[in-house]
Design a protein around this ligand. Structure first.
Ligand code: AKB
Length: 319
């Protein structure tokens, strides 16, 4: 039975996760109860089927204005600068990722918004963390500014929970694979681009080495994990920094091989760039047993089911 939430604000609703999480929340809690917040990228016609609002998370007064106007009681804060773009502009990554989160947490605290969701990432891991089956409590020594902002953000969420009792919940996502909106500027983006290029051109040039293995998750599992975490009883949430969650792990060449079972002519070439070093600092697979035992998480998709569905969806989009 869904926990009742009267008004949800999604900050960053037009991004990769927001564009699929927002409609899923609307189907679950009612269209009029989920406000799609956007800033630079305007909402699609389907997002406009419910309430939308333009807001700049960099301005606390803007966040507070929207929270009060819609009497919001839950905020899903998804606005972010990802790993690859972050390395080109570390200052901007810090400002967007940390100031945006601080503004949301403060607006929530001051206006009595009890529930917050904020995504962290596997990018919190780096030196000293085992790369296979990376444990929940492995050292957090990221080599990217994106990872640094995710570690700082996790600590901030944990602080707001302990100090102010804000019910902030978070997941360390692996690479997210989806068809609705492409990711912008991450290291795992290849695992989305490859589907578009396989269908359009039957070839793709990958910016990671063929043997590079990373944890990934298909969007329906990302939505499922988020909803399940947010609906769990507070007593089950034992980790107040962020939970490891994962769906599958594969290398770039394994994904290409799986695509070839559907498109035999597909060819994948490799031209490595600066993103290889980022991928090499991240887990190859993650241990999400804490999420499984605390609130019953399990993924539903594997490499083969995800590939089949992605090809069908991307094919439809490109028609
Ligand atoms: C990225 O590649 O930057 C993100 C992430 C793993 O958090 N997809």
């Amino acid at each position: 039975m869904a926990r009742r939430r009267t008004k949800i604000l999604v900050v960053g609703s037009t991004g990769q996760v927001g564009s699929e999480l927002t409609p899923a929340l609307r189907r679950r809690y009612g269209f009029e109860n989920v406000i799609a917040g956007w800033h630079t990228r305007p909402p699609t016609p389907s997002l406009r089927e419910g309430p939308t609002v333009r807001l700049d998370a960099m301005r606390r007064s803007d966040v507070e204005r929207v929270v009060r106007k819609f009497e919001v009681d839950s905020i899903y804060h998804l606005g972010v600068v990802l790993s690859a773009v972050g390395e080109k502009s570390p200052e901007r990554a810090w400002t967007v990722n940390i100031d945006g989160l601080r503004n949301v947490l403060e607006a929530a605290r001051k206006n009595g918004v009890p529930n917050i969701f904020w995504p962290s990432s596997m990018a919190v891991f780096g030196k000293g963390a085992p790369r296979d089956n990376t444990p929940q409590d492995a050292p957090l020594l990221p080599s990217t500014i994106y990872g640094v902002t995710k570690v700082a953000g996790e600590l901030l969420c944990n602080y707001y929970f302990g100090r102010f009792g804000l019910d902030v919940r978070s997941l360390r996502f692996p690479g997210i694979i989806s068809s609705e909106t492409p990711p912008g500027g991450g290291t795992t983006d290849y695992a989305v681009e490859i589907f578009y290029e396989a269908i359009r051109k039957e070839r793709y040039t990958c910016f990671l080495k063929p043997e590079t293995t990373l944890p990934m998750m298909y969007m329906p599992d990302c939505v499922k994990a988020t909803v399940q975490l947010m609906e769990s009883a507070a007593s089950k949430i034992k980790v107040r920094t962020s939970y490891n969650v994962t769906g599958m792990s594969f290398s770039a060449s394994e994904l290409a091989k799986e695509i070839r079972t559907h498109i035999p002519e597909f060819k994948c070439n490799y031209r490595v760039d600066f993103r290889q070093a980022i991928a090499d600092s991240w887990p190859r697979s993650m241990d999400d047993s804490a999420a499984r035992s605390d609130w019953g998480w399990y993924p539903e998709h594997n490499l083969s089911s995800m590939t089949k569905e992605m090809l069908a969806r991307v094919n439809d989009r490109l028609k």
